[in-house]
Every structure is written in structure tokens, then in C-alpha cells.
Design a binder for this molecule. Structure first.
Ligand SMILES: Cc1cc2nc3c(=O)[nH]c(=O)nc-3n(C[C@H](O)[C@H](O)[C@H](O)COP(=O)(O)OP(=O)(O)OC[C@H]3O[C@@H](n4cnc5c(N)ncnc54)[C@H](O)[C@@H]3O)c2cc1C
Length: 219
């Protein structure tokens, strides 16, 4: 029988510790102020979709895994920000906080209650679907994975590099790294190697101030 080793994982996890809500001003002033904030301190090319954008619906639906939360009456986001790099996540956090907006983070969209894409107050989604890079170092037995990747993509990338390493996480390959690791993550290797979260050896987090923290900076 093949012996499976656990691969320690370095995770690039965009953890936006933010749950602010407020009543929006008029849509126009909201859009103007928020968009102005996003474009000033950072890259002006942050991809942002409003309900007027032709891709808005397809991007919103892309990661909706519970169709109970995909009806005509389901509350929809004011904007969807599909971050292309860390600085876009930082900008989303900083500007949401500045304007008192409710910001939801979505990785794989498998939340049972749709918490990454539905809210009963007006909200904005920062969607990590573009952040899917995975870099496996089989010699060190570690990998960096971005939060928008799926656990299936992680398993695939590991097996391409090594026939003996694996990673102890869930069964469903389309589950997102961000929500899965943040909640623990259990699967077939649980009894021997514990949860996915037990095997994370470093992480890059965006805190509520928009700063990036990692293992070293967090002591
Ligand atoms: C079909 C199915 C199979 C599953 N199988 C398993 C299994 O085998 N083992 C197991 O342990 N679990 C399993 N789960 C549960 C799954 O791990 C959780 O629902 C997990 O939170 C989904 O993560 P996600 O990124 O896909 O979801 P999302 O809906 O994107 O996120 C879930 C929650 O995490 C937050 N979040 C997402 N990304 C980030 C981020 N980068 N930083 C901070 N917060 C973030 C969201 O805001 C939301 O509150 C399964 C779920 C489904 C629907």
C-alpha cells in the first residue's frame, strides 16, 4: 500500500476581517465615493462590476453553489470586485471601511448559507476567483496556494510534482481554499494528519487596516 505523506502548506489566504454595515447614501454618491476611493491609492485597473456591467450576472453566478440563494428576490451586491492581486484586496478593505460598507469575501462560494455572496444589508463582494496560483515545492514539502484556488486544484498540483505527497483537506474538489482553510477543513486524511488548518505553516492575511500580515510579522 502506498504511504501518503502530508505536505505542509503555506497559504496565501486573503482574510478580510471586516464586517461593517451601514446604510448607503444614494447609489450615485455611493458609487462615486467608493469608486474614487478604490482608484486613488492603488491601481486604477481594479476590475469592478456593477449591475450595469454586462458580465455582472455571470460573475455573480459563477461561484453560487447553493441555488436557494440565486433567485430574483435574493439580495444582490452593489458591486463585485474581482481582485487581481493583493493590493486590490487591500484597497477593497480600506475603502469599505472608510465608507462604512459591508464587504463579503468569496473564494469558492460553497458556503452553506451563501454568506460569501448574500447579505440583508447593502454589500460589496471581493471575489478571489482570479487568485488561483499554486506553487508546490516538493523538495521542501510545502506549497503556497492562493485563496481563490480550489482544493481539487491543490491536489492536482501536488500530484503533478510528487507521487507520495498529499494534503489533508476535504472531499469535494470544487470547495475553495479561502473558506475551507478558514473553517478548518476535514477529509479522508483527518485521523492521521488532522485538519487542513493544522497543516498551514504560514499565511498572508489582509487585516482590517488593509495591512498584509504573515507569520513573521505576527510573531
Ligand atoms: C458540496 C460541498 C462539499 C463540502 N465538502 C467538505 C469536506 O469534505 N470537508 C470539509 O471540511 N468541508 C466541506 N464543505 C464545507 C466547506 O469547506 C465550507 O463551506 C467552506 O467554508 C467553503 O469554502 P469556499 O471558499 O468554497 O466558500 P465561500 O462561500 O467562498 O466562503 C465561505 C465563508 O468563508 C469566507 N471566506 C471565503 N474566502 C475567504 C478568505 N479568503 N478570507 C476570509 N474569509 C473567507 C466567506 O466570506 C464565507 O463566510 C463542503 C461544502 C460543500 C457545499
Amino acid at each position: 500500500m502506498m504511504k501518503t505523506s502530508s505536505i505542509a502548506l503555506l497559504v496565501l489566504l486573503f482574510h478580510t476581517i471586516l464586517s461593517l454595515s451601514a446604510t448607503f447614501a444614494t447609489p450615485t454618491s455611493f458609487h462615486d465615493n467608493f469608486l474614487q476611493c478604490l482608484s486613488l491609492p492603488s491601481d486604477p485597473s481594479i476590475p469592478i462590476y456593477s449591475s450595469n456591467s454586462s458580465s455582472y450576472s455571470s460573475i455573480l453566478q459563477f461561484s453560487v453553489r447553493n441555488l436557494r440563494f440565486s433567485t430574483p428576490t435574493t439580495p444582490k451586491p452593489e458591486l463585485i470586485i474581482t481582485a487581481l492581486d493583493e493590493s486590490h484586496v487591500q484597497a477593497a478593505v480600506i475603502c469599505s471601511r472608510k465608507h462604512g460598507l459591508h464587504l463579503l469575501t468569496r473564494s469558492g462560494g460553497h458556503d452553506y448559507e451563501g454568506l460569501s455572496y448574500v447579505s440583508d444589508v447593502p454589500f460589496v463582494i471581493v471575489d478571489l476567483l482570479n487568485l488561483q496560483s499554486i506553487s508546490v515545492d516538493a523538495k521542501k514539502g510545502t506549497a503556497w496556494v492562493q485563496a481563490g484556488a480550489t482544493i481539487g486544484q491543490l491536489y492536482h498540483n501536488i500530484v503533478v510534482k510528487s507521487r507520495t505527497y498529499g494534503f489533508p483537506a476535504g472531499i469535494c474538489p470544487t470547495v475553495g481554499i479561502g473558506g475551507h482553510f478558514g473553517g478548518g477543513g476535514y477529509g479522508a486524511l483527518l485521523r492521521k494528519y488532522g485538519l487542513a488548518a493544522d497543516n498551514i505553516v504560514d499565511a498572508r492575511l489582509v487585516n482590517v487596516d488593509g495591512k498584509i500580515l504573515d507569520r513573521k510579522s505576527m510573531g
